[in-house]
Design a protein around this ligand. Structure first.
Ligand SMILES: [Zn+2]
Length: 500
């Protein structure tokens, strides 16, 4: 039967009847200086087709050579994910035609991945979910097509297409989870948290810049639903190339609501790839997997097998940094945070930012206050991640320092943040250009206080009678008179001194 895919079951209701199973396939562009099988450089945003050679263009007679650093990075990732490292494995050819893949095959790994059977522990609310890692393998990225002349940027309606092969041959690592079961209603959050943890781990390993918005980390999100207690798995859909943490969560959430409606109506979920629309948070069908093409994999004849010596693997293991979970536990202790405080920092994606801000000289309390308060609010309003705000931890530390020294109050500090985010320069430059500084001239302040008292005799009388709380009205008047450029705590002191 045909089921309208637009029909949705509200999430809580879907959760009453169905149990989700999710899985994530994450592609990570490695930050090697050169490509996977040739010496071309890998600078993001370079002039199209300026980083290409006969090997990555697939010209006849050219031969690939494996990039040792890419193998090392993949092993680092595998070890950090608690995987077994293969003592011997081969690359394979994955044959298909696509204009942005000049060789008409992709060198990948098929049944002999470099790393297998690991896990990543993910903290969700008050529990830890152990996400099994099926495999970590190496492959090469494709080029990029640009469709010109259409309204949507898609090939349909375009007048012509351009191809940029700069990305073709950049080393990619694919990290595939085992099916994640038993998460219940937390499935969307587990998916998001897994990707967040994985991103943090990869960043700490120094193997990739993991910038989702530049596509150096992208996820395919698998979701299936089965009736509760049925003991079986449903048919999964694969939402392709999800490129923000928020979208990972939304993709699972939407697929659960959509698939529940299909199942409720007696339909069957079709195994297919789907595309997420960032604007609406909905998915629409792409290619059906039921007519999936046969990639005719076979071992890559132009490359020797990869057989990393055990000593080399152990050397790499010895250089692994403190894993983010251990680091979090250490910082929690150093900063004196409760579990809840720490969870708030992690969930906001603010831990590294706060750590860097503390390293730049701010107190942990100040760093948390700015990142979780004002800056989180700005990121939320703009619909972006905290890390994508145009302000650095060092700049936040400088603002905190200016507040601590009394040169700025919190209100003025917010103006400085405005200026920095608007590209007006460093905090000091914004302070100078906008003339933002706390009025520290006691004479000027006292005059403003006296004026406020004179203008509000009834309030002044209340304070004299002991109703100290009424001072807020006068503080407000003085702040207004000084256009926010006074230290409210000092103003309050002066008012109470005058009316004692
Ligand atoms: Zn090349």
């Amino acid at each position: 039967m045909t089921v309208n895919t637009e029909t949705l079951v509200p999430y809580p209701e879907a959760m009453e009847r169905y149990e989700p199973v999710i899985g994530l396939e994450t592609h990570v562009e490695l930050g090697t200086r050169t490509k996977m099988f040739c010496g071309c450089t890998t600078i993001f945003g370079a002039e199209p087709n300026s980083q290409v050679c006969p090997v990555c263009l697939g010209l006849p007679g050219s031969l690939p050579v494996v990039n040792r650093t890419a193998i090392e990075y993949a092993i680092r990732i595998g070890l950090a994910l608690n995987c077994s490292i293969a003592t011997w494995c081969r690359f394979a050819r994955k044959n298909y035609f696509y204009p942005d893949m000049p060789k008409n095959f992709q060198i990948s790994q098929y049944d002999e991945p470099l790393c297998t059977d690991g896990y990543l522990d993910v903290a969700v609310a008050d529990k830890t979910v152990r996400v099994g890692i099926e495999r970590v393998h190496l492959e090469e990225d494709t080029g990029k097509s640009l469709h010109v002349g259409g309204a949507t940027g898609r090939i349909h309606g375009a007048e012509y297409s351009l191809v940029d092969y700069n990305r073709a041959g950049i080393p990619l690592v694919e990290i595939v989870t085992k099916p994640i079961e038993g998460t219940g209603a937390d499935a969307p959050v587990v998916a998001r948290t897994y990707v967040t943890e994985l991103r943090d781990l990869l960043r700490s390993l120094g193997v990739s810049d993991v910038r989702m918005e530049e596509g150096s980390l992208r996820c395919d999100v698998n979701t299936s639903l089965a009736p509760r207690g049925s003991g079986r798995w449903g048919t999964r859909t694969e939402t392709k190339n999800v490129n923000s943490l928020r979208s990972v969560e939304r993709a699972v959430y939407f697929e659960i609501e959509r698939q529940a409606a299909v199942l409720d109506a007696g339909g069957r979920v079709i195994q297919e790839t789907r595309h997420l629309h960032e604007d609406t948070g909905t998915t629409t069908p792409g290619r059906s997997k039921e007519e999936a093409q046969d990639y005719r994999y076979f071992p890559e004849p132009d490359l020797v097998p990869v057989a990393p010596p055990a000593e080399w693997v152990e050397q790499i293991r010895a250089t692994l940094p403190e894993v983010p979970t251990a680091r979090r536990a250490r910082l929690q202790k150093e900063w004196g945070l409760s579990d809840l405080d720490l969870a708030a920092l992690s969930n906001a994606g603010a831990l590294d930012l706060v750590a860097d801000t503390v390293a730049a000289g701010a107190s942990p309390a100040d760093a948390r206050k700015w990142w979780l308060g004002e800056l989180a609010r700005r990121a939320n309003e703009a619909g972006i991640e905290l890390t994508d705000l145009a302000i650095t931890p060092a700049q936040v530390a400088r603002i905190a320092e200016l507040v601590a020294s009394g040169a700025l109050n919190d209100g003025l500090a917010r103006d400085v943040i405005d200026g920095v985010l608007d590209g007006e320069g460093t905090p000091d430059e914004v302070v100078a250009a906008r003339g933002l500084a706390v009025v520290s001239d006691e004479g000027e302040l006292t005059a403003a206080v006296d004026e406020a008292i004179a203008a509000n005799p009834d309030v002044a009388a209340k304070i004299r009678a002991g109703k100290v709380a009424a001072a807020g009205v006068l503080v407000g008047a003085v702040m207004k008179a000084t256009r926010g450029q006074a230290d409210p705590a000092r103003v309050r002191e002066l008012i109470l001194e005058r009316l004692r």
